[in-house]
Design a protein around this ligand. Structure first.
Ligand code: NAD
Length: 323
């Protein structure tokens, strides 16, 4: 059967790149996005493809979610959902938890309800390392617990995973839950690199860093992330729910190192000014030790480690901003 992916949040950073790869693999793709952060211009390159349809709906609203499925089905039966929509501004969700309730959780809740109604039984879900909370130096593998997220975003991603698990007991044939680390590349819509370059464009002499710069995290290039998701989603397994940490094989890089690399690319004479404490904002996990052992056991390896992924993304995002 020809595969037809309903790609929710497909006009955003990761979704737009995933759409490109799915089309190149011969899928029909229907993108649904409310364009709160996504942009049509990110789909420019392949918008004339006869295999692509783009719909503008808010998936957190039941009636709009249903309309999206109805219009997508006019194209062909939907074989799988790729759910990439969420609020990607974590500090905004801390200030107003309703943002994460709606865009991070209710999108999942409504999608599952409508999938059941239209008999769509496969979901691929973009979860996050944020569901783990702060485990300090402890190695975080998929079965660690208890899970105590420290941001509303992480809490609503964890609630989404739980809702998917319940749906698997009810009607799903397969749910792939991908726990992403920090993902970098273009078109950047948010994140530390975009933030730093924008700050330097505003004040070329000084880069203000949130926190003391010691936060250390793993960064994965979007091209490696998509390879890993496709590999996981195509594996034959006996369980209905597959949960996998996706990430590079290293311990990551510090925010201080990223700030230095950004300055080198944008304005080497700029001064870096650090804030206080090892958290950039409420809900920021200062350090984590991410186990990718399960993913490695599938024979996957990234092309780029954290350092190279960040360096490549700095260059790509600088070009995106015309620097
Ligand atoms: N980029 C990362 O570092 C990272 C890390 C962990 C997890 N994730 C997850 O990966 C997914 C994709 O992230 P991204 O970086 O591409 O973010 P993004 O903000 O660029 O993309 C999300 C897309 O979802 C859309 N959207 C949001 N609410 C919607 C709604 N109610 N209805 C329809 N569309 C809606 C936005 O317009 C946007 O196009 C998200 O679920 C995110 O939580 C990303």
């Amino acid at each position: 059967m020809n595969r037809h992916a309903l790609l929710i949040g497909g006009a955003g950073f990761i979704g737009s790149q995933l759409a490109k790869i799915l089309l190149s693999l011969g899928y029909k793709v229907t993108i649904v996005d409310n364009f709160s952060r996504g942009k049509l211009e990110y789909l420019e390159e392949y918008k004339s493809s006869t295999e692509l349809k783009v719909l503008n709906f808010d998936i957190a609203e039941n009636s709009e979610c249903e309309k999206a499925f109805i219009e997508a089905k006019e194209n062909a039966d939907i074989t799988e959902v790729w759910h990439m929509a969420a609020n990607s501004d974590i500090p905004a969700g801390v200030l107003n938890p309703a943002i994460d309730l709606k865009d991070t959780f209710l999108t999942t809740f409504e999608v599952l309800k409508v999938m059941k109604k239209f008999n769509v039984k496969v979901i691929n879900f973009a979860s996050s390392s944020a569901i783990y909370g702060d485990f300090g130096d402890t190695m975080i593998h998929e079965s660690i617990g208890p899970l105590l997220p420290i941001s509303n975003y992480g809490a609503m991603k964890l609630a989404s995973e739980a809702q998917i698990s319940a749906a698997a007991e009810d009607f799903l044939d397969r749910a792939n839950i991908f726990r992403f680390p920090n993902v970098v590349g273009v078109p950047a819509t948010h994140g530390v690199i975009l933030d730093f370059i924008n700050k330097l464009l505003f004040n070329k002499n000084e880069l203000q860093v949130l926190g003391d710069g010691t936060q250390q995290k793993a960064y994965l290039h979007v091209s490696d992330l998509i390879n890993a998701m496709l590999l996981i989603s195509n594996r034959q397994i006996s369980d209905k729910v597959e949960i996998v940490n996706i990430g590079p094989y290293d311990k990551g890089v510090t925010v201080k190192w990223i700030a230095e690399q950004v300055i080198l690319r944008v304005n080497p004479s700029a001064k870096i000014v650090f804030g206080d404490g090892n958290k950039g904002w409420v809900g920021d996990v200062p350090k984590f030790n991410y186990s990718t052992e399960k993913l490695r056991s599938f024979g996957w390896s990234p092309n780029l480690g954290s350092e190279d992924a960040v360096k490549k993304a700095i260059d790509q995002i600088a070009l995106q901003l015309g620097v």
